[in-house]
Design a protein around this ligand. Structure first.
Ligand SMILES: Cc1ncc(COP(=O)(O)O)c(C=O)c1O
Length: 412
């Protein structure tokens, strides 16, 4: 039976009151952890009782500059007092400037702004379809990877390589084909004249923090060029500074250029913003009237993202060094605790694969003031804010040692 709730103010400002209210009135699609957050500062968040937690998940990779960053708070305040929304009927000062900034960071040319990752994926899928159709109606297949995650809308779900997300919503888009990550031969077999696009996460996020190999990425680039298909890099989780470069495709030398990059999460520090950036060839698939958004690229989100990019320039080196420090410390733990199978990742995108499900460790972390989560059942995932300091890593490692000492594989 549904829990009872009281609308009294005191009741909804307690965890139990909030939980009861949500159980009565929200779609029951989330299974939240038992924590209600009230405020944040830097890399810390505080619950309703004022208890502090070190935030190593940052709202699943969104709070890139932590919480209440003074420069972000200042521009949000200023812009809220000036102009929040224009629609795309009119110009404002920030959208073109942000597009120019993204062109410099990505090496690609033209941007389209939207409000979330899955929306960016949908737009990229439309570009792939329009590209294929402009050549031949048979050219409609889209190749993506097993274990990938590209979003929850129907198009993005269609190319998400995890059946558990797709099964309740079939039939989905026809023409989606999945190949195992890093399997060069399977990729070669899957691509043909019918292929209109290849979509990759250079580091799979929800799938368990798995990087793809340089060889595989270069093969995808070669095949996309050979068969006149668009190569899309989904950098919603692995990009925009998180790997220690602006984008994950820039980790390889010489840089391997996709035709389209899509990004979202960290770009506006918690204000919803997604983007598709394409080269001229990809961008030319969209003609006037073929795509649009009411909210996308509004003055608030774009101004915040510009401020974020200014700050990011200075943060990239420390993302690399603090991330390397974090991974080195986790490798030390792997030598101590035999149930740790592997430590993976780049920059501040880190996964620790265990021999058993990680959910209990996440709950134990929460009890001990440390926030991280678990993906793909057995992979502890760390997506901390880019401002994380080495001392904070060391504190987190001490807590993890304590949790790992007590960890017991669940009864089989
Ligand atoms: C790689 C990737 N693509 C797409 C998405 C969907 O983004 P959103 O939840 O903003 O729609 C996610 C979200 O986690 C993601 O990790």
């Amino acid at each position: 039976m549904a829990a009872t709730y009281s609308p009294a103010r005191e009741a909804v400002s307690s965890l139990e009151g909030i939980m009861a209210l949500e159980e009565n009135f929200l779609l029951q699609n989330y299974s939240r952890y038992p924590l209600a957050l009230h405020r944040g500062k830097g890399c810390y968040v505080y619950d309703l009782k004022g208890r502090r937690y070190l935030d190593l998940i940052s709202g699943i990779g969104v709070n890139s500059l932590g919480h209440a960053h003074p420069r972000i708070t200042k521009v949000i305040r200023e812009q809220a007092g000036l102009l929040l929304h224009t629609s795309n009927l009119y110009y404002h000062e920030y959208q073109g400037r942000l597009a120019e900034r993204l062109a410099r960071a990505s090496g690609l040319k033209r941007s389209f702004f939207c409000n979330s990752g899955t929306e960016a994926m949908e737009g990229a899928l439309k570009m792939i379809r329009a590209h294929g159709n402009s050549i031949n109606p048979e050219k409609h297949e889209i190749i993506s990877l097993e274990g990938s995650f590209h979003g929850r809308t129907l198009g993005a779900l269609s190319i998400t390589g995890q059946p558990k997300y797709r099964k309740d919503f079939e039939p989905l888009l026809p023409g989606a084909r999945f190949v195992p990550r890093n399997d060069l031969e399977a990729l070669e077999r899957a691509v043909s004249e019918k292929t209109a696009g290849i979509v990759l996460e250079f580091i799979q996020g929800e799938g368990g923090i798995y990087p793809i190999t340089e060889e595989f990425a270069r093969k995808a680039r070669d095949l996309a060029s050979r068969y006149n298909a668009l190569l899309v890099s989904d950098e919603i989780q692995c990009g925009v500074g998180r790997p220690g470069t602006f984008f994950a495709y820039q980790l390889f030398h010489p840089v391997l250029m996709p035709d389209i990059v899509i990004a979202a999460k960290p770009m506006a520090c918690g204000i919803p913003l997604g983007v598709i950036v394409g080269n001229e060839n990809a961008a030319s698939t969209i003609k006037p009237g073929m795509h649009g958004s009411t909210y996308g690229g509004g003055p608030l989100a774009c101004r915040v993202a510009l401020e974020f990019f200014d700050i990011l320039d200075e943060l990239l080196p420390s993302i690399k060094t603090v991330g390397a420090h974090f991974r080195a410390k986790l490798q030390e733990l792997k030598r101590k605790f035999s149930f740790i199978r592997e430590v993976r990742g780049e920059g501040l995108m880190i996964g620790v694969e265990l021999e058993f499900p990680g959910k209990q460790l996440v709950l134990d972390g929460l009890e001990n003031g440390l926030l991280f989560n678990c993906t793909h059942d057995t992979v502890l995932r760390f997506l901390p804010p880019y401002i994380l300091a080495e001392q904070q890593v060391d504190r987190a490692i001490s807590t993890l040692v304590k949790l790992f000492k007590r960890a017991k594989p669940p009864e089989m």
